[in-house]
Design a protein around this ligand. Structure first.
Ligand code: ADP
Ligand code: MG
Length: 325
C-alpha cells in the first residue's frame, strides 16, 4: 500500500478537493483506495456524501479507543473506502496528549489493513498538531497543495520544518513527493511566478538529504473550475458530478501521474455510468468487503450540513509538537 498524506496547514488551498478527486480517480483506474479523514471539520466525509453527525465509525475511534480500523471503514464507492471523521474527532488531540506513543497510533493501526488497499490518501487537518503527526508517521509520501497567490509560500517553511522533524525522529521513510498547484489561473502572471519560485526552491534542495530533495511540482495544474466547488454540496466526486469538466480532466491526469510517473495528456475521464456497471471483482479481494456503506449518502440534493447543521468550524489546534518529552 502506498501511503500519501495531503498536507498544508493553511485552509482553503484544495486539500479536501484533491483527496476526494485523486482518490476517486485512482479508484476508477482500478486501484483500491482508502481515503482517510483526519480533519475535525469532516469535509472529506461530507464531500463523499456521509453525515459526520450520524456516522459512528471513524478515525476518532481508531486513534482514541484502539478500535480495529477494519470496523471503522465505510465503503464509499466502488474501489473507494473511507475512514470518516465524525464530530468527536475535535477532542482527539487533547484526549491523547498524555498517551505514550501518541504519534504512532495510526501507523500501528494501519498494519491490519496494509494488504487490503493499493493506496491510502489522508486529508490532513489544517494544523501541524497531533492528528497531522499521526498521518505523517504513517505515510511514505506527502503531496502539498498550494494555491498560487502571493502568500502561497508563507507557512511553507514551518510545514517543511515539521516534515523534517518527523522524518528525523519518527518516520525516516517520509518524503515530500510533490507540490500540486490548485485553483491555477494561467491568465495571471502571478501563477507562473509562484510556480517558478517553488521550482527554484526545490532545485536548491536537490543535492541535499532533505525530505523534499526529490520533490517536483506536478506537471498538471488543477485549473480553477466552478464545478469542483459545486460538487461537494451534492456529496459527489467530480467524476459523478460533471465527468467532462476541466476539474475531472485535471484530477484524472494527476492520478495518472501518481500511478505512472507521467500524466497521459490524452486521458479523458470516462462517464460515471460505466464505472457504476463495473464488476466488484477488486472489492471482493479485500478484507473490507463487509464494510458498511454510508447510509446517509445524498445524491441529487445539495446537502446543507455546512450551512446549518455541522457546527465545528474554524478548528485550529493548540497542540504543538514537542519532540523532547
Ligand atoms: N480548482 C478549484 N476551482 C474552484 N474551486 C475550488 C478548486 N479547488 C477547490 N475549490 C474550492 O475551494 C474551497 C477550498 O478547497 P478545499 O479543498 O476545501 O481546501 P482545504 O481542504 O485545503 O481547506 C472549497 O470551497 C472548494 O470547493
Ligand atoms: Mg479541507
Amino acid at each position: 500500500m502506498k501511503k500519501i498524506s495531503v498536507l498544508n496547514q493553511k485552509g482553503g488551498v484544495g486539500k479536501t478537493t484533491s483527496v476526494v478527486n485523486i482518490s476517486a480517480a485512482l479508484a476508477r483506474m482500478g486501484e483500491r483506495v482508502l481515503a482517510v479523514d483526519f480533519d475535525p471539520q469532516a469535509h472529506l466525509t461530507i464531500h463523499l456524501g456521509c453525515n459526520p453527525e450520524t456516522t459512528h465509525q471513524g478515525s476518532y475511534k481508531v486513534l482514541t479507543q484502539s478500535e480495529s480500523i477494519k470496523d471503522q471503514i465505510i465503503e464509499a464507492r466502488e474501489n473507494l473506502w473511507l475512514l470518516p471523521a465524525n464530530i468527536d474527532l475535535v477532542g482527539a488531540e487533547s484526549e491523547l496528549v498524555s498517551v505514550v506513543g501518541r504519534e504512532i497510533i495510526f501507523k500501528e493501526a494501519l498494519n491490519e489493513v496494509s494488504d487490503s488497499f493499493d493506496y491510502m490518501v489522508v486529508d490532513c487537518a489544517p494544523s501541524l498538531g497531533l492528528l497531522t503527526l499521526n498521518a505523517l508517521a504513517a505515510s511514505d509520501e506527502i503531496i502539498i497543495p498550494l494555491q498560487p497567490h502571493f502568500l502561497a509560500l508563507q507557512g511553507l517553511g514551518k510545514l517543511l520544518q515539521t516534515v523534517q522533524l518527523v522524518n528525523k525522529r519518527i518516520n525516516p521513510q517520509l518524503k515530500v513527493k510533490a507540490i500540486l498547484l490548485c485553483m491555477f489561473d494561467s491568465r495571471t502572471s502571478l501563477s507562473g511566478e509562484v510556480k517558478a519560485d517553488i521550482q527554484n526552491f526545490l532545485q536548491k534542495a536537490r543535492q541535499t538529504d532533505l525530505p523534499w530533495s526529490q520533490a517536483n511540482v506536478i506537471p498538471v495544474h488543477i485549473r480553477r473550475n466552478i464545478k469542483l466547488a459545486e460538487a461537494p454540496s451534492y456529496g459527489k466526486t467530480i467524476f459523478e458530478y460533471e465527468p467532462e469538466c476541466n476539474g475531472a480532466i485535471d484530477y484524472s491526469m494527476v492520478a495518472e501521474y501518481l500511478l505512472n510517473g507521467t500524466p497521459n495528456t490524452n486521458s479523458q475521464p470516462q462517464p460515471t455510468e460505466e464505472n457504476k456497471t463495473q464488476t466488484t471483482q477488486q472489492q471482493n479481494q479485500t478484507d473490507t468487503e463487509t464494510a458498511p456503506t454510508c447510509e446517509n449518502r445524498t445524491s441529487e440534493t445539495p446537502n446543507q450540513l455546512d450551512k446549518e447543521n455541522f457546527k465545528i468550524k474554524d478548528f485550529s489546534s493548540d497542540y504543538t509538537i514537542d519532540f523532547n518529552d
